[in-house]
Ligand binder design. Structure first.
Ligand SMILES: [Zn+2]
Length: 443
């Protein structure tokens, strides 16, 4: 018997109108719960003069205030560890995760039993759309501890019935030997780590990565897998299919992922999360239409412990609404960058991942590794933008290569760069999220 096409056919292929009906029903119930149980939201709603009963259509939610990450941090400082936005009783909380905390102090996210079950559902749909089946053997190359890309992924893979190999980061030798010994055919890791691990296998162990039997890599946690040149390189290195997923520690660990069409990530949790698109500067709503761009805003439709309403994800996405041959009905999206990483050069918004994509198009004369050097805090940068680019051991033609990288960047991304070529291997490699920006002013 072949496996079914979807993990949850009812939700994944549900017609748009029915989804909206389900969302409205759940939104109304959720707002009642939040207002009753979360002191943080009761105060926010009262201050904005809105009440849960005001919501008669999904669009009515736009009258409600946004929630941003700084507010959540302040809320946790006032009422540690989970904050005044926590709506659950301590006895009902079964786990506390930390959000990865790349900037500032870590923030914490709690879940109840029901929250965990919702996470498992969403993440299982995500893995299924990326090819995980009960007979898959999945090696884990994301960090296992604390991070929401650890245990929740494990829970969902075991729920599907696939075999999970919990290795984590920081142990490339063990990860590679575990892949060989267990005959793992899938690998979960960031795009940067997939690239690093392929180099590591080749250079340190004289192993061809495409001989290891990995047929699929599932990526996430940083924009990259959706960038064409990065995807092509990883797929060629490993001889595999690379798909990506996206999630958020404060929302659901992974709520959207690509299918084999690789044409954007299907939003797979419309029964748990309501998504909005907004203009990141004005906050005005943007309609979900083919090719629309904006910042993603999300509201939990069912969450007990730390429910969020109109949370600004700081993820800048492009969305697609036309049909996908796989039959999944929700919108598809791709993250083009995060507010935190965005640079503004004379009014032009530039994301580091886009710079990396352009540089990678010049392979094999460059390795594809880059480092952006900021002399002063962003996001506004006075051009030219300093970028270190690894050349690929060419002994001649380095001056023309410098000029070519600069002109390609100017042409494709409309900003001027000052490129400095560095030797192959000179730039740092990363197991988790790649740090493409070096802040020279921090010493
Ligand atoms: Zn699809």
């Amino acid at each position: 018997m072949p496996y079914p096409r979807y993990y949850d056919a009812e939700i994944e292929a549900m017609p748009a109108l029915e989804i909206r009906r389900l969302q409205l029903q759940r939104l109304q119930r959720q707002l009642d719960y939040v207002y009753a149980c979360s002191p943080f939201y009761r105060r926010k709603f009262d201050a904005a003069g809105v009440k849960p009963g005001d919501v008669r259509h999904l669009e009515d939610l736009t009258a409600f205030p946004f929630t941003n990450k700084d507010e959540l941090r302040a809320s946790q400082a006032t009422a540690p560890p989970l904050g005044e936005h926590c709506a659950a009783q301590p006895k009902d909380i079964i786990r506390i995760h930390s959000s990865s905390g790349t900037t500032g102090r870590p923030s914490y996210v709690g879940i109840t039993r029901a929250d965990r079950d919702g996470w498992i559902q969403s993440v299982a749909r995500v893995h299924w759309s990326q090819g995980v089946r009960p007979d898959s053997v999945v090696a884990m190359g994301f960090g296992m501890s604390f991070f929401v890309g650890g245990l929740p992924l494990h829970d969902a893979i075991e729920e599907i019935g696939a075999t999970f190999i919990p290795v984590g980061t920081g142990a490339s030798d063990r990860l590679l030997s575990a892949i060989q010994d267990t005959r793992a055919n899938m690998l979960l890791c960031t795009p940067s780590y997939a690239t690093y691990l392929a180099e590591y296998a080749r250079e340190r162990l004289s192993l061809a990565p495409d001989s290891l039997g990995i047929t699929r890599i599932q990526s996430g946690a940083e924009p990259g897998a959706g960038v064409p040149a990065i995807r092509q390189r990883i797929e060629a290195d490993w001889g595999c299919t690379l798909t990506e997923g996206i999630g958020n520690a404060d929302l659901i660990p992974v709520y959207a992922a690509e299918c084999d069409e690789k044409s954007g990530m299907h939003f797979l949790a419309p029964d748990m999360l309501l998504l909005e698109l907004i203009d990141p500067d004005s906050g005005e709503p943007i309609e979900f239409t083919e090719g629309a761009k904006g910042e993603l805003v999300a509201t939990h439709l069912q969450r007990e412990c730390v429910p969020l309403v109109r949370f600004r994800t700081r993820d800048h996405v492009v969305v697609w609404t036309d049909g996908c041959p796989c039959g999944r009905s929700g919108v598809r999206l791709r993250c083009v960058g995060r507010t935190d990483d965005m640079l503004i050069l004379r009014g032009v918004n530039v994301f580091p991942s886009a710079i990396k994509d352009v540089v990678m198009s010049l392979r094999p004369r460059v390795t594809g590794e880059i480092q952006i050097v900021l002399e002063q805090p962003g996001p506004r940068v006075e051009p030219p933008l300093r970028i270190r680019v690894e050349h690929n051991n060419s002994t001649s033609g380095l001056e023309t290569l410098t000029a070519e990288v600069e002109s390609t960047l100017r042409e494709k991304l409309i900003f001027s760069a000052a490129v400095e070529l560095v030797a192959p291997g000179a730039l740092p490699r990363y197991e988790m999220k790649a740090q493409l920006i070096h802040r020279a002013y921090e010493g």
